[in-house]
Design a binder for this molecule. Structure first.
Ligand SMILES: Cc1cc2nc3c(=O)[nH]c(=O)nc-3n(C[C@H](O)[C@H](O)[C@H](O)COP(=O)(O)OP(=O)(O)OC[C@H]3O[C@@H](n4cnc5c(N)ncnc54)[C@H](O)[C@@H]3O)c2cc1C
Length: 392
C-alpha cells in the first residue's frame, strides 16, 4: 500500500505525475498500480467511482479464466484473480465469491473445447463433465440440448461496485487525490499539458489516462466515435423460493452459455441473477433511463423457467440496465492516443472487462513507464469501425 502522494495543489489547480480520467474498474486499478510504482496520481470522475451510470457500477460480475482460444485473456484473468483476493483481504470485505463457473456446451462446440485446452495448458483447475455428470452435480438445471460442460472450481463472482469503491476508498485513505467533477473534452490536437473540469479546475500532469468506458467516444469523437459501440444490456434478479438453497453458494455456480444467457447465484440474498450476452441497441450512458422493457422481462422469465424449472413464475426482485462499451471485435483498447502526445486510452471492455481490471492496470502502467511491450490486440490501430465480435 502506498501511503504518500506528491500532488501539488492550489485553489483550483493540481499538478501530478499522472491524471486518470474515469474511476471505473480500468481507471481505478491503473491508479493503484501507478501509485505502487511511486507516481503521484489524481483520479477524476464526473459521477464518482463506479456510479450507477458506469459499466463498473453493477452489483456483481463473473470472473472466469476460460476464453476459448484467446489465451491472453485467460492469463489476464488468472493474474487478476489473485489481486482481487488480495484487495478483499486488505479491506476486510468478501469481494470475491468462489462459486465455481460452469460452461455449457454442445457436441460440436469448438470454443468450449479450446477453453478446456487453454485451461489445461495454463494449469488452471477445471473439469470436463458429461451430461450424466452435469445432471448429478447440478440438479437445479434443466440441461435441454446441452451435451457437456467445463467447470472451473476456483473461479466465481466479484461484487463489482463494492470492489471498485473500496479500492478507491483505500487509495484516498492513503492520500490519493479524488476529484468528482467531469473533465471537459480537450481541444488540444498535439501535446496535452492539462485538463479542465466543468467546475473550473485545472489538472496538469506529465501524462493522462482516459479510462472513460462508453464515454470515450464522446471525448474523442474523431478517433473513437466510430470505434466504441455502447450497447444497452438488461440484467434481472429473480426471487428464489423461501428456504431454497439450491440457487445459492455452494450448490449453485456462475454459469455461461457463450454468446447467449449467463447467470450468477443468489449472492448476499439479492436473488438469482440472469442476463443475456447478445448485444442490445445503442445507448447514451448520460441520458438513458434505466428501465427494462416489459417484453424482455416476459422473454427472460420464460427462459429462466426453462433452464431452472423450480424458478418458473418467480417474481422479479430487481433489474438493471447497463451498457457494454464494445470495441469492434471485443479486444480491449489500451494504447497511446494516435495523435495527442501524453494521452493514453483505456477502454473497450466489451462486456467482459471487469474481471481483468488488475491486469489491465498493470499492463497500462508498464506501457506508460516503458517497461511493457505493446500487445497488438490492445492497439488503437487494430480497432475497426464495424462490429464483428470474436472475443467472448
Ligand atoms: C450488464 C453487464 C454485465 C457484465 N458482466 C461482466 C462479467 O460478468 N464479467 C466481466 O468481467 N465483465 C462484465 N461486464 C463488463 C465490465 O463491467 C466492463 O467491461 C467494465 O466495468 C468497464 O470498466 P471501465 O472502467 O472501462 O468503464 P466504466 O466503469 O464505465 O468507467 C468509466 C468512468 O469514466 C467516467 N467518465 C466518463 N467521462 C468522464 C469525464 N468527461 N470526466 C470524468 N469522468 C468521466 C464515468 O463516470 C465512469 O465512472 C459487464 C458489463 C455489463 C454492462
Amino acid at each position: 500500500m502506498v501511503e504518500f502522494d506528491h500532488v501539488m495543489k492550489s485553489a483550483n489547480t493540481r499538478t501530478c505525475d499522472i491524471a486518470i480520467i474515469g474511476a471505473g474498474v480500468f481507471g481505478s486499478w491503473t491508479a493503484h498500480h501507478l501509485r505502487l510504482a511511486g507516481k503521484s496520481v489524481v483520479l477524476i470522475d464526473g459521477f464518482g467511482a463506479a456510479s450507477s451510470r458506469a459499466s463498473s457500477g453493477g452489483e456483481s460480475r463473473v470472473i472466469r479464466c476460460g476464453y476459448g482460444a484467446d489465451e491472453i485473456y485467460s492469463r489476464f484473468a488468472q493474474k487478476s484473480l489473485g489481486q482481487w483476493k488480495d484487495l478483499g483481504h486488505r479491506v476486510g470485505s468478501e469481494l470475491f465469491h468462489r462459486t465455481g463457473v460452469l460452461w455449457l456446451a454442445r457436441q460440436s462446440d469448438g470454443r468450449i473445447q479450446a477453453t478446456a485446452d487453454v485451461l489445461a495448458r495454463l494449469s488452471i483447475p477445471h473439469e470436463k463433465l458429461n451430461r450424466a455428470e452435469l445432471e448429478k452435480r447440478f440438479p437445479q438445471f434443466f440441461f435441454g440440448d446441452v451435451d457437456w460442460g467445463v467447470y472451473e472450481p476456483d473461479s466465481g463472482a466479484l461484487m463489482a461496485r463494492r470492489s471498485v469503491q473500496m479500492l478507491v476508498h483505500e487509495m484516498v485513505e492513503c492520500g490519493m487525490d479524488l476529484v468528482t467533477d467531469p473533465v471537459v473534452p480537450p481541444s488540444t490536437k498535439s501535446r496535452m499539458e492539462s485538463v479542465q473540469t466543468a467546475g473550473g479546475q485545472t489538472i496538469s500532469a506529465g501524462a493522462f489516462v482516459f479510462a472513460c468506458g462508453p464515454w470515450l467516444r464522446k471525448i474523442f469523437p474523431d478517433e473513437l466515435g466510430r470505434r466504441i459501440f455502447p450497447t444497452r444490456q438488461e440484467i434481472f434478479f429473480f426471487g428464489v423460493p423461501a428456504g431454497e438453497r439450491r440457487f445459492a453458494i455452494p450448490a449453485m455456480p456462475c454459469w455461461l452459455d457463450a454468446g447467449d444467457l449467463y447467470g450468477i447465484p443468489d449472492l448476499e440474498n439479492r436473488g438469482l441473477k440472469i442476463g443475456c450476452d447478445v448485444h442490445g441497441s445503442a445507448i447514451d450512458p448520460d441520458s438513458a433511463d434505466r428501465l427494462i422493457l416489459e417484453e424482455s422481462l416476459a422473454a427472460m422469465r420464460k427462459r429462466l423457467g426453462e433452464r431452472f424449472p423450480a424458478m418458473k413464475g418467480a417474481p422479479l426482485l430487481e433489474s438493471r440496465v447497463c451498457q457494454y462499451e464494445n470495441s469492434s471485435n471485443g479486444d480491449f483498447l489500451l494504447d497511446k492516443h494516435p495523435s495527442i502526445d501524453g494521452v493514453w486510452l483505456a477502454g473497450g471492455g466489451s462486456g467482459h472487462g471487469f474481471k481483468h481490471g488488475p491486469a489491465v492496470g498493470e499492463y497500462l502502467v508498464g506501457r506508460i513507464l516503458g517497461t511493457q511491450a505493446a500487445e497488438p490486440r490492445f492497439s488503437f490501430a487494430g480497432k475497426g469501425t464495424a462490429q464483428e465480435r470474436s472475443v467472448y
